[in-house]
Design a protein around this ligand. Structure first.
Ligand SMILES: Nc1ncnc2c1ncn2[C@@H]1O[C@H](COP(=O)(O)OP(=O)(O)OP(=O)(O)O)[C@@H](O)[C@H]1O
Ligand SMILES: [Mg+2]
Length: 237
């Protein structure tokens, strides 16, 4: 469907054991827009990301990708349909080179396409070009995050789920990371769901949601991006 939002989540409920970690969550990510998902430790951001990418089952509700119901689709089917996750904690293969980590993300493409895509990732994050033959574990946290984002981009996704890209980075590196994401925003048309604890991620986003113990407690669809309201919603439970 041409006019369908890139990602549409309706009345989603997800459990971990007996705990309802995603509780009747509904929102959309329109094509080409960035939606911030702000929440403290344990709010349910990663559980929502896992349900969206297909590694945690959905109890009830629906997930649509460009109008297509993917609620019960297998993870690789979602990936082939244009959804990519940049997981929390990066999850790189530390013993593999940066190039090999990127190529893992491009395994569905042919060799020529993979080559073009590695080049495009290096254009986006120029410092990766001279690190291609280095082991991923030798890179700094910020550089590793760029590899993790680059690996997801290798699949040419339409929707990108970014789970706490600032996690574990020093403040100055967080600024560089957000600048890199801002460059991504300027250079590619992607729908992005950006989970963060760091409210300054709001400056990258068209709209913001706040998640508190599994529920969406603030939806800033008016695009006012009222930082005080966001902070208040994040810290109330
Ligand atoms: N593997 C797991 N097994 C059981 N419970 C879990 C697991 N991972 C998370 N939880 C619980 O699920 C709830 C939601 O956690 P989740 O990791 O989704 O939150 P989060 O917003 O991503 O937090 P953080 O900012 O710390 O990454 C919390 O109560 C947490 O304790
Ligand atoms: Mg998390």
């Amino acid at each position: 469907m041409d006019n369908a939002p890139a990602l549409e989540i309706s009345d989603l409920a997800v459990y971990r054991g007996v705990l309802r970690v995603v509780d009747d969550v509904s929102f959309t990510v329109p094509s080409g827009t960035y939606v911030g998902l702000l929440g403290l430790n344990g709010a349910g951001k990663s559980s929502l990301m896992a349900a969206l990418s297909g590694t945690l089952p959905v109890r009830s509700g629906t997930i649509r990708l460009n109008g297509e119901d993917i609620t019960r689709a297998r993870p690789w089917e979602r990936s082939a349909a244009g959804l990519a996750l940049v997981p929390a904690g990066r999850q790189l293969f530390g013993e593999l080179t940066v190039a090999d980590n990127l190529l893992v993300g491009g395994h569905l493409s042919n060799k020529a396409e993979r080559h073009v895509n590695v080049d495009a990732v290096c254009d986006l994050f120029p410092m990766l070009r001279e690190k291609l033959n280095q082991k991923a574990r030798e890179l700094s946290g910020g550089q590793q995050q760029m590899v993790a984002i680059g690996r997801a981009l290798m699949a040419n996704p339409k929707v990108l789920l970014l789970d706490e890209p600032s996690e574990g980075l020093a403040p100055v590196v967080v600024d560089q990371m957000f600048e890199a994401i801002s460059k991504l925003r300027d250079t590619r048309s992607l729908a992005v769901l950006l989970a963060e604890q760091n409210a300054s991620a709001g400056s990258l986003c068209d709209s913001m949601l706040v998640m508190t113990t599994g529920r969406i407690t603030l939806m800033d669809s008016a695009q006012q991006k009222d930082v005080n309201a966001v902070a208040q919603a994040m810290f109330s439970s």
